[in-house]
Design a protein around this ligand. Structure first.
Ligand code: IPD
Length: 284
């Protein structure tokens, strides 16, 4: 989602982005209330997906239905990609409006299942292939991260400022693990190689919140192979608007590698990512 749009002026685009963000925020808040109330009634695994550890709950499904209905009910000419839908991540149906919604109804489903607070509703809007608005709402932490392209990133309405990066030895690095056992084993080896060079590692369980944590300065960097576009579309915009670089590189094995850090320390962190073997090679 990064092909630039040439069809609108920048004023048109920022007006559109603001309107899309407003709909996204209203929808995310309603979705947040739904999943909190469903959590309070008790949650169970409804199905597994790519592996036994990759779970979906009825709340994921109900939340995505609600989000889809609200977004497409308001804007029927838009396209929709959702984690729990059968939409094709790579090639969504072309939208007459040029807008595609990219939605993870619950990012951090395993946390949600266990009653841990780090889960989030993530809604992004892409215009002609470029993400222009996004919200990541964490009901468990009472946090709402928002951004529009060129309009800055915000946490609960307060602007997120660009930060300096600490030296690598003082960097707190967030990461995550995929659901495939072989991928996890390789990710574990890479994390073990990185540990001696950084302050510490955190695995919090939501890619979207990890990226917002980089934006906010709760961690200094993030690396993970395997997240999907619905995990990072909204949070990636928040991070970029807060002055971070988010690099999403497609790899030969089909997985994306995500590397994110504030711009001043990005190159050094990215080199460490390479050295520690986070990038898949042809054998993976
Ligand atoms: C997962 C979370 C997790 C990350 C995984 C994602 P889900 O998303 O973002 O932190 O490590 O790669 O798949 O399954 O909870 O929506």
């Amino acid at each position: 989602m990064n092909a630039p749009s040439g069809s609108q002026t920048s004023t048109d685009t920022s007006d559109t982005a603001a309107a899309l963000l407003s709909l996204a925020v209203a929808t995310a808040r309603e979705a947040g209330e739904l999943i909190v109330s469903m959590r309070a009634r008790g949650v169970e695994v409804a199905a597994t997906k790519s592996s036994l550890s990759d779970v979906v709950t009825e709340a994921d499904r109900a939340c995505e239905r609600l989000v889809r209905e609200r977004l497409l009910g308001n804007r029927p000419d838009d396209a929709f990609i959702g984690e729990e839908s059968d939409g094709d991540e790579a090639a969504p149906r072309p939208a007459p409006s040029g807008v595609t919604w990219i939605v993870d109804p619950i990012d951090g489903t395993v946390n949600y299942l266990y009653g841990l607070p780090d889960y989030a509703v993530s809604i992004a809007a892409a215009l002609d292939g470029e993400t222009v608005a996004g919200v990541v709402l964490s009901p468990g932490r009472d946090l709402e991260y928002t951004a529009t392209r060129g309009g800055g990133g915000f946490r609960n309405g307060t602007p997120l400022a660009q930060r300096a990066s600490p030296a690598l030895a003082q960097a707190l690095v967030a990461t995550g693990f995929g659901y495939d056992a072989r991928l996890r084993a390789r990710q574990g080896r890479s994390v073990a190689r990185m540990l001696p060079y950084v302050r510490d590692i955190r695995r919090m369980g939501s890619c979207a919140l990890d990226l917002c944590a980089v934006a906010e300065g709760l961690v200094d960097a993030y690396v993970e192979e395997g997240p999907h576009i619905w995990d990072h579309a909204a949070a990636g915009l928040v991070a970029r608007e807060a002055g971070a670089i988010l690099e999403v590189s497609g790899q030969e094995n089909g997985n994306d590698l995500l590397v994110c850090a504030p711009e001043p320390g990005f190159a050094e962190f990215s080199t460490l990512v390479d050295t520690c073997g986070f990038r898949a090679d042809a054998r993976d």
